[in-house]
Structure formats: C-alpha cells, structure tokens
Design a protein around this ligand. Structure first.
Ligand SMILES: C[S@@+](CC[C@H](N)C(=O)[O-])C[C@H]1O[C@@H](n2cnc3c(N)ncnc32)[C@H](O)[C@@H]1O
Length: 270
C-alpha cells in the first residue's frame, strides 16, 4: 500500500482501467456473471418497486448484467463504463438474453453527463462494487445529480465499507474504516474468475464510509427516502458463507452477523 504516493491520481485511474479491461472478457465467460450473480437481486427489487416504463441510467455498468435485468423488467436502459472491453461484451450478453431496450456507451463516471449527451433519467442505478474505485465522493455525487431528472430517483446498492476493511482470509481488520486517500494493492485474477492468469494486477481502491457517501448525496440536494443494511452479500467473499443458490451469500448460524451490503434510495426534488 505504501507505493501509492509514487503514482498520480491519473495513474491510479489508468491502473484500475487496465485491471478492468483485462477482467471484462473473463467476467463475460464466468459463472458468477452468467448465473447467480447476474442482475438485480430481490432486496433491490423490494427497494425499487416497478421499473416498467422508466428511463434508467447505470453508470459503471460493467458487462451490462444489471442494466439488462432492469430492461427485462420493462425499463429503457443506458449503461456506461470506462472499460471499452466491458461495453463490447454488454450488447453480446443483451442479445443472448433477447433484450433490445439497452444502449451502451464508453465513458468515465466523472464525465457522466458528457457520456450520455446531457440526458437525464427517471432512475439512476449504480453500485455492487462501484464506489470503491472512485477517489472523490463529492464529484461523484454531483455527476449522479446531473444524470437524474427533477422528480427522479437515485439508487445505490453497495458492498458495506466495513467488509472492505476485512482480510479475505479471515474477518480480522486489515484497513482503517475512515478515508486513507486510497490504497494500492496487488490483485491478480478476479473475484469472478478465481483461477484466471492475469497480467494487469495492480489496483487502487478507496474505502468510503457510509456517512461520507450519504453526506455527499445529501450535499448535492438529494432527499433520502430509504436506507437499509444487509447481513448478506452477492458474491462468496469468505469460505464459510452459505447460499441457497439465489446468488446471495449469507452467514451460517455460528458466525455473528455484521453488515455486508447497504442500499440507499434518494429522491431528486422537482
Ligand atoms: C464491480 S463493477 C460494478 C458493476 C456491477 N455491479 C457489476 O458487478 O457488474 C465495477 C465497474 O466500474 C467500472 N469503473 C471503475 N472506475 C470507473 C470510472 N472511473 N469510470 C467508469 N467506470 C469505472 C469498471 O470498469 C467496472 O466495470
């Protein structure tokens, strides 16, 4: 982690970009993205209700599984991501699923308004591994605001920052909860393709406390409608986790629960 100061913020982005460019094709072929991990989960549908007829934008859409899932429930979706490889894979997946109500664009999240030509949407949907790649929550919140139409909604379902603190091997604390300004890691392979041999393996990621994320969204003018924390997650992070095949990984009875994910639903006033 100590080498972070040797790189500029632009280089952090380039390292992360190279990491994702290499992972996107691996993820297109992975079981996690093709089966249980694919698309919105029940807790997200509970939060969102019907999306039929809504225009939805998904910043950091990766290979498109969530945007496709929203389109399958009747939304018209635009997904964008800074990985051209991910945006190349997304329409292939959409076609395989028989979904046409999706548009795919390459763009950095911090340049989101430009990426979508200044359009605004009924719903801005993002998360599940999105904010940890971003250094600046205030700028991010400003972009989320600019993508949402007045009277629209912003939704984030995200891994709990507490889990970012913990070792992958056990659940002891590896990192501080409060912002460090980013940490540089060697991260070979991928959470969705564990045995993959990869060459771009250095990432820079950021723990964003719940209060930091929420305050940034409140500061731009969003109004909080709903916040939830969950004792489960959408991929198998620790060996002891259990699933019933629904793409959700839970605590076994003998392990005391802590929050693994959270969701936030905000309104943008008219
Ligand atoms: C774990 S995925 C989250 C998306 C979705 N939940 C999923 O799992 O398919 C993270 C995505 O963020 C994208 N990303 C990271 N930094 C970005 C940035 N600055 N601008 C746009 N996309 C970015 C990556 O390319 C990757 O596709």
């Amino acid at each position: 982690m100590s080498e972070l100061d040797d790189h500029s913020p632009a280089e952090w982005r380039d390292l992360n970009h190279a990491w994702w460019e290499e992972r996107a094709p691996l993820h297109s072929a992975s079981l996690l993205y093709r089966e249980g991990g694919s698309g919105l989960k029940e807790f997200e549908w509970e939060d969102l209700g019907s999306v039929t007829g809504l225009s939805v934008v998904h910043p950091q859409c990766h290979i498109g599984t969530d945007a496709i899932s929203l389109a399958e429930r009747g939304a018209t979706t635009v997904g964008f991501d800074f990985s051209a490889a991910a945006i190349k894979a997304a329409p292939v997946l959409a076609e395989q699923r028989g979904t046409s109500a999706t548009e795919w664009l390459v763009g950095d999240v911090y340049d989101g308004a430009h990426a979508v030509d200044g359009r605004t949407f009924d719903l801005v949907y993002t998360g599940k591994g999105a904010v940890c790649w971003l250094p600046d929550m205030q700028r991010w919140a400003e972009v989320m605001w600019s993508l949402c139409r007045p009277g629209g909604r912003f939704y984030l379902s995200e891994f709990h920052p507490l889990t970012d603190q913990l070792h992958d091997d056990d659940t002891t604390f590896a990192r501080p909860y409060f912002p460090t300004g980013g940490d540089l890691f060697e991260e070979p392979g991928s959470y969705a393709a564990r045995d993959a041999v990869t060459t771009n393996n250095v990432i820079v990621d950021f723990i964003h406390p719940l209060s930091e994320v929420m305050q940034a969204l409140l500061d731009v003018g969003f109004q909080l409608r709903k916040i939830r924390e969950f004792p489960f997650t959408v991929s198998k992070r620790w060996p002891w986790m259990v699933t019933n095949g629904d793409g959700i990984w839970r605590f076994p009875p003998e392990v005391p629960e802590f929050p693994m994910m959270y969701s936030l639903l905000f309104d943008k006033p008219e």
